[in-house]
Design a protein around this ligand. Structure first.
Ligand SMILES: Nc1ncnc2c1ncn2[C@@H]1O[C@H](COP(=O)(O)OP(=O)(O)OP(=O)(O)O)[C@@H](O)[C@H]1O
Ligand SMILES: [Mg+2]
Length: 733
C-alpha cells in the first residue's frame, strides 16, 4: 500500500536543521513501519545522527539496526547513503521500503543502464525524490561516483552515510571485505557528513578497528548486549550418533511445521540432506551458489512465503535474510568462527519468540575446517592481505567455536564472552543444553573424548589430519598439487571476496564436480596407505613406534618416485634430470618435511609427489622443481640393484588393482592394466615393474566408462549414501 508522504515531508521541509523530538520520531516509526516504539538503542542512535554526530552502533542480529538510518532518511529532506556489502541485501531492503511507499533505490551493476540513468537523473535534480540510496563499497571507490556524491553534498543534500555490516572493514572481523577498506577515505572526502557504523558481530578489537578505519570523530558508541535470550542453544555430537541425518529429521518433524534454516559447509551436503529430508516428508529445498540465480531466488521466495519449511543452505544464504519467524537454525557442520555462528544462528527468532540454535558437531567436520582454514591462511599470507595480520587469526577464532562444542559449561556464556561481554552465571536461565542438562552434556563430552581417541587410533581421516602444523610451510597438501588448482574459484558462495571464501571456492571447484572421481582417488590412496601400513607393520612388528617412517618405507618411496620420474620422461619426452639423484632429492624433501610427523603424513607427501609427476604437463616444471644436474640418456640408466619381479611397485599396483576393480569392475581394470603393462614392457624402462596407472589415466578411463554407461555409474554414485562409511572420510567439496 502506498502511503501519503505525510508526515515525512512535514517534518523535513520546514527546517532542515530542526531537531525532531522523540514524539515526532515515534510517529515516523509508527506511520511508516507500523512499530509501536523504538527498540534498544535505536532512538539514541537516531538522535545522535540527526544532531550531526558520528555513531558506532553495535546491536544484536535482528535488533533493528536498519531503522537507525531509515528513520533519519525520513526525518530530513535530502539523501541517506547506505553502504551495504551484498547486492541481494540491498535489493531486499529497497523492495521492502518501496512496498512501504518510501523512496529508496540501489545502484549496482546488475541493473540495466536505463534504470541506472534514471536514478542518476533523479540524484541530479534540485530536490531528488530518493531518500535512501543503497550502494556497494566498490561503487564508492570509483572516482565518478565519488564526484557525484561530492556534488550532492555540495548542494547540502547528503544527510548521512550509513555503513551497514561495518565489521567488514576490519581484517579482524569474520567477513573482512577488502573493498570496505576503501571507505576509509569517506571522512576526508565528505567531511562534515555524519557517519553511522552498524554491526552485530564485532568483538572489541573489531569495534576499535571499525571506529579507527572509518575515522569516526567523537562518535556516540552504542553497544547492546549480544545476548539473544529467546534462543535456546544446543550441540549434538555426530560421533555419538548412528545417523545424524535421521536425528535432524526427527528434530524438524517433532518441531512441527516450523520455519527452519539448516547450514552446511558443502553444496553436496546441502543437496544430499535436502533430498533426504524431502523423502521423509519435510518440505525443504537446497540453496547454494551452485544453483542458478533463477532457482535460488525461487527457493528464497518459496521459503519467505512459507511454501517450503526448511532451507538447507551454505553460507550463501546470508546476511539480510529477514524472515522473522525462523524457529530453528541448525548448523549441520561447525561454522568457521563464533562471529559467523552468532550471525547465522541469530537468524532464528527475530520476532523475539522462543527459537532454537542446534549445532551438529563432528570431529571429522572439525578437521576439515581446520584444513580449510590452514589453506586460507597460507593463501592470505601470500597475498597482500597479510599486512592486516590475518595469518593466525582465523584458526584462533575457530578454536573458540571448537571450545563452544567440546567444552563444558554454559553455551550462552561462551558466545557472549567471545564478544567481550562479562556474563553472570544466572543469565542463561537454563536456556542452553549445558545449563539445562549439565550431567547429560558432561556424559556426552566424556563419550566424545573416547570417540576421538578411537578415531585417532584407527587413523580416521588421516590424510587431512587435525594437525594444521603439519601443513605449515608446506606448499599445500597433495590435494592442492593438482593441475586444475589454477582454475580457482569460478563463483563466490557468499558474495564475499575473502580468502576464506576463495579457499573454499577453490577447494570446491576442484572437488565438487568430481565427487565420484574423488572417491576413487580416495580408494587408491587408501590402498596405498594400507600397503605402507601393513608393510611397515610387518617389518617393525617388535618396534614400539608404529608410526615411524622406516628405512624400508623410505626405500620403497624412493622407488616409486623413480618410477614416476621415468614415466614422466616417457610421457613428456625431454626430462633432463638424473633420475636416481632426483628421486633421492624428492624423497629427502618428503622425509625432511614429514619424517618426524609419522608415516601417514610422509606417505601422503610421497603420494602427492608421485601424482604431480604423473599429471604435470610440463617437463620444465619438473626440472625446475628438482633443480638437479643434466640427466644421462634414459637408455644408459641402470639400477644398482634390479628389483625382483614382485617389487614394492608391483605390490602397490596389485593393491591399486584390487581397489580399482572394486570401484570400476574387472573389465575396466583390465583396460588400465593392459595399457600400463604395455608401457612397462617398453625396452627403455629396463625394468620389470608394471607401471602404476596415473590418476589422470585412471580418471580419464573412468570418465569414458561413465559416458558409455551413464545409468550404471549413477547407480554407483547413489550407492555412496551419506551414511556409508566412505562418507565419513574427509573430502573437500
Ligand atoms: N522498533 C522496532 N519494533 C519492532 N520491530 C522492529 C523495530 N525495529 C526493527 N524492527 C524489526 O526487526 C527486524 C530486524 O530488523 P533489521 O533487519 O533492521 O535488523 P538488523 O539489526 O539489521 O539485523 P541483522 O544483523 O541481521 O542485519 C525487522 O523485521 C524490523 O522490521
Ligand atoms: Mg541489518
Amino acid at each position: 500500500m502506498k502511503k501519503s508522504p505525510l508526515p515525512v515531508q512535514n517534518l523535513g521541509a520546514k527546517d532542515k536543521q530542526r531537531k525532531c523530538g522523540r514524539e515526532a520520531l515515534v510517529k515516523l516509526l509508527r506511520w511508516n513501519f507500523g512499530h509501536p516504539d523504538f527498540r534498544g538503542n535505536q532512538l539514541e542512535a537516531i538522535e545522535a545522527i540527526l544532531s550531526g554526530r558520528d555513531c558506532f552502533c553495535l546491536m544484536p542480529t535482528g535488533g533493528g539496526k536498519s531503522m537507525c538510518y531509515q528513520i533519519p532518511a525520513l526525518a530530513k529532506s535530502g539523501i541517506v547513503l547506505v553502504i551495504s556489502p551484498l547486492i541481494a541485501l540491498m535489493e531486499n531492503q529497497v523492495m521492502a521500503l518501496k512496498e512501504k511507499g518510501i523512496a529508496a533505490e540501489f545502484l549496482s551493476s546488475t541493473q540495466t543502464s536505463q534504470l541506472r540513468n534514471k536514478i542518476h537523473e533523479d540524484l541530479d535534480r534540485g530536490q531528488p525524490s530518493i531518500r535512501l540510496l543503497y550502494v556497494t563499497p566498490e561503487l564508492i571507490a570509483t572516482s565518478g561516483f565519488m564526484s557525484k556524491l561530492k556534488k550532492i553534498h555540495g548542494r547540502g543534500l547528503l544527510n548521512l552515510i550509513a555503513v551497514d555490516e561495518a565489521h567488514c572493514i576490519s581484517s579482524w572481523g569474520h567477513d573482512f571485505r577488502p573493498s570496505y577498506r576503501k571507505l576509509s577515505s569517506l571522512r576526508n572526502q565528505l567531511q562534515d557528513v555524519p557517519i553511522l557504523a552498524l554491526t552485530a558481530t564485532a568483538v572489541p578489537k573489531v569495534q576499535k578497528d571499525v571506529i579507527y578505519s572509518l575515522n569516526l570523530q567523537d562518535p556516540l558508541v552504542l553497544k547492546s548486549s549480544f545476548n539473544r535470550p529467546n534462543i535456546y542453544y544446543e550441540v549434538r555430537y555426530k560421533d555419538l550418533m548412528d545417523d545424524a541425518y535421521a536425528d535432524l529429521c526427527d528434530v524438524l518433524k517433532s518441531a512441527g511445521d516450523v520455519c527452519a534454516i539448516v547450514y552446511c559447509l558443502e553444496r553436496t551436503t546441502c543437496d544430499d540432506l535436502s533430498t533426504h529430508l524431502s523423502k521423509t516428508g519435510i518440505s525443504c529445498a537446497a540453496y547454494h551458489a551452485g544453483l542458478n540465480n533463477k532457482l535460488r531466488s525461487s527457493v528464497l521466495d518459496d521459503w519467505i512465503c512459507s511454501k517450503i519449511q526448511v532451507v538447507v543452505a551454505t553460507v550463501a544464504f546470508g546476511m539480510g535474510i529477514d524472515r522473522k519467524d525462523v524457529r530453528i537454525v541448525c548448523h549441520f557442520n561447525i561454522p568457521k568462527s563464533m562471529e559467523a555462528f552468532y550471525q547465522e544462528s541469530g537468524r532464528a527468532g527475530r520476532d523475539q519468540l522462543p527459537s532454537r540454535s542446534l549445532l551438529y558437531y563432528g570431529v571429522d567436520d572439525r578437521k576439515r575446517m581446520e584444513f580449510i582454514l590452514s589453506i586460507a591462511e597460507s593463501k592470505k599470507l601470500q597475498s597482500s592481505d597479510s599486512q592486516y595480520g590475518l595469518s593466525k587469526k582465523s584458526t584462533s577464532d575457530f578454536y573458540l567455536m571448537v571450545e563452544y562444542c567440546e567444552g563444558s559449561g554454559c553455551r550462552r556464556k561462551k558466545i557472549l564472552e567471545s564478544f567481550g561481554e562479562e556474563v553472570s552465571a544466572s543469565l542463561c536461565k537454563k536456556s542452553c543444553d549445558a545449563c539445562e542438562h549439565p550431567n547429560l552434556v558432561a556424559k556426552y563430552l566424556e563419550e566424545l573424548t573416547t570417540a576421538i581417541a578411537v578415531h585417532q587410533r584407527n587413523g580416521f581421516s588421516k590424510i587431512l589430519s587435525s594437525s594444521t602444523d603439519a601443513f605449515e610451510n608446506e606448499n599445500f597438501s597433495e590435494f592442492w598439487n593438482r593441475n586444475d588448482e589454477a582454475s580457482g574459484s569460478e563463483e563466490d558462495i557468499s558474495d564475499s571476496e575473502d580468502g576464506f571464501e576463495v579457499a573454499k571456492g577453490i577447494s570446491r571447484s576442484k572437488f565438487s564436480k568430481k565427487t565420484g572421481i574423488n572417491e576413487k582417488i580416495e580408494l587408491l590412496q587408501r590402498a596405498e596407505e594400507n600397503y605402507y601400513r601393513n608393510k611397515a607393520h610387518d617389518k617393525q612388528a617388535n618396534k614400539p613406534d608404529k608410526n615411524a617412517v622406516s628405512g624400508a618405507l623410505r626405500e620403497s618411496s624412493k622407488q616409486r618416485l623413480l618410477d614416476a620420474l621415468k614415466q614422466a620422461h616417457q610421457r613428456l619426452g625431454d626430462l633432463k634430470v638424473d633420475f636416481e639423484a632426483s628421486s633421492t632429492i624428492l624423497e629427502n624433501e618428503c622425509f625432511k618435511k614429514y619424517g618426524k610427523s609419522g608415516k601417514s603424513f610422509y606417505y601422503s607427501q610421497v603420494a602427492s609427489k608421485v601424482r604431480w609427476l604423473s599429471t604435470t604437463s610440463s617437463a620444465a616444471e619438473i626440472t625446475n622443481q628438482i633443480g638437479t644436474g643434466i640427466m644421462p640418456p634414459l637408455e644408459n640408466i641402470t639400477r644398482k640393484e634390479e628389483p625382483s619381479p614382485r617389487t614394492v611397485s608391483t605390490m602397490l599396483h596389485d593393491e591399486r588393482k584390487k581397489e580399482v576393480k572394486k570401484v570400476i569392475g574387472e573389465q575396466h581394470c583390465g583396460d588400465i592394466e593392459s595399457k600400463t603393462s604395455v608401457k612397462a614392457s617398453t625396452p627403455q624402462m629396463q625394468t620389470k615393474l608394471p607401471a602404476i596407472p596415473s590418476f589422470s589415466q585412471f580418471v580419464n578411463s573412468r570418465k569414458s566408462k561413465e559416458m558409455q554407461q551413464p545409468k550404471a555409474s549413477e547407480e554407483k554414485e547413489h550407492h555412496h549414501s551419506p551414511n556409508k562409511h566412505t562418507k565419513k572420510r574427509m573430502r573437500l567439496q
